[in-house]
Design a protein around this ligand. Structure first.
Ligand SMILES: [Zn+2]
Length: 197
């Protein structure tokens, strides 16, 4: 997911575990254009934590506490951006690296689904995604398909693995990933959530 405050776009991700800033536990933190929510924040509380962080971004840009006269416009703006990205339910399902978990769908007969970039939230249709043939995952004994899509916004190749339907097509249930080609050159995934001030 991502939110635009003033002219800047911030991607929202959830840490797999606790989030610290300068060693202190935090519910959320902004680092550059990335807004991270601690995995320890209950999913029902994420929206409040997110809105508080977005308000702090607004106030940081404005240099003053948000005046009451500005709050309605700010709230409507954030609310519309949230709705356009699936609303609070999608925020609650947001996983590590910012990808909404579309799991829980029955594998049988599931339609191939699109995806969104785990970094910037750009949405991709099924036709944008490269899907390999089904293969057996030796670890789980399930049929899976490897998929990838190039995000022009991030200039990186996002790739992940989904469960396959009995027909060998993607189910939308992500088994592992996403990973990014440039990151994979060094390390996989992004689980270090300690950020600098
Ligand atoms: Zn992207």
């Amino acid at each position: 997911m991502r939110f635009k405050i003033d002219a800047q776009v911030y991607s929202v991700g959830v840490c797999p575990g606790p989030l610290t800033r300068d060693g202190e536990p935090r519910g959320a933190a902004v680092h550059g254009r990335e807004l991270l929510v601690s995995g320890e924040v209950p999913s029902l509380d994420r929206l409040a934590v997110l809105i508080e962080q977005l308000m702090m971004i607004w106030e940081g840009n404005a240099g003053v506490p948000m005046p009451r006269t500005a709050f309605a416009a700010f709230f409507v703006n954030v609310h519309r951006q949230l709705l356009a990205q699936g609303g609070e339910p999608n925020l609650m399902r947001l996983g590590a690296d910012g990808v909404v978990d579309h799991g829980g769908q029955p594998d049988h007969g599931a339609e191939p689904v699109g995806c969104e970039c785990g970094r910037c939230g750009t949405k991709f249709a099924v036709g944008d995604i490269t899907t390999a043939g089904p293969e057996l995952d030796g670890r789980t004994g399930r049929m899976v398909v490897r998929r990838s899509v190039f995000c022009e916004f991030c200039n990186d190749l996002m790739n992940w693995t989904e469960r396959a339907t009995p027909a060998g097509t993607p189910s939308g249930h992500v088994v592992v990933g996403p990973f990014y080609a440039k990151e994979q050159a060094g390390r996989q995934g992004r689980i270090i959530c300690d950020v600098d001030a």
